[in-house]
Design a protein around this ligand. Sequence first.
Ligand code: NAD
Length: 347
Amino acid sequence: MSSADEVVVHEALPSRVLVGPGASDLVADEVARIGAGRVLLVAAPSAAGPADRIAGALGARLAARFDRPAPHTPVAVTARALEAAAGADCVVAVGGGSAIGLAKAVSARTGMPQVAVPTTYAGSEMTPVLGETEDGVKTTRRAPGLAPGTVVYDPRLTLGMPSGLTRTSAMNALAHAVEALWAPDATTVTDALATEAAAGILAALPEVLDDPTGLEGRARLQSAAWPAGICLAQTRMGLHHQLAHVLGGAFGLPHAELHTMLLAHVMAFNLPSAPAASARLTRVAGPDPVAVVAALARAHRGPTRLSALGVPRERLREMAERVAADPYPNPRRPDADAVAELLDAMW
Ligand code: NAD
């Protein structure tokens, strides 16, 4: 939370957001509203069904379709999508963060307006950030124009999400809200968004895991992940995201599963040094927020430890030293010994 003697800048991004069951039926209308006539449709293979429907509604305005987005936006994949994009004046992305990242990369190179139709809770559609990889090196850029101008949240598109992805992707969103609460540039606006997001995710996720095809629960979970995405865009992320970036980059780990593994550990590490965040989380999660989040993570039927992801234990110290050498803003100083201990517990 910002202190009383500091100036913090809150910059809301202009985005038009459609929310609700059936919203994705309006994508063609949104494209017309932008004034675009030739669409590049980028869709994850998992989103082939909704992409077919959107393609049908676009009719002759569909210029090309690209269905091979990849995690962390490799520039070689972007080059192939750009070849397909010749003649297009708008890009529509349907899928998770990988599809949305590819649309951002296309837009960054062509200036094309974007319509994002997310099918996970990762939140990229709310951010002006693009991470790209080339020869195994990830670079990140931030510019207001990278944020999709139109976002379409249709909970129907999340009904078929497997339980594992539902859990890990929702935990990814929860991590955005939690880190926003202890961010140095938090404001009353981000505090409100983060608290609402955390409360909504913690209430809706168990409900959705019990009844994965229940539209009301899915709608609530998606609507709670939305403000978590805004938190990711508007505050500086701390130790949790630094560990996700350092470990994810070094070992090529799955994004959402890594977030799921990390969150309770980082909360236990930070919350004693972040009383305001702790009070808000206690309000929405009960007296022991760490235990609530740890239980959600432990119940994952995929890897729940770094060892299960193939991370060698002898490299944990090096990771901790990298974090300590140039830490992201964090309520507790992440010295190498303490971070190494945290990583060892995760291992
Ligand atoms: P993803 O887009 O890679 O999707 C993971 C897998 O789930 C894919 O196989 C996808 O096809 C499948 N999938 C997606 N939606 C589905 C659904 N509804 N039903 C069934 N399967 C579905 O993963 P993600 O976690 O959404 O995004 C991760 C990527 O996004 C990473 O590259 C990350 O760096 C990036 N990201 C960027 C930002 C940003 O602000 N720039 C924010 C969050 C994530």
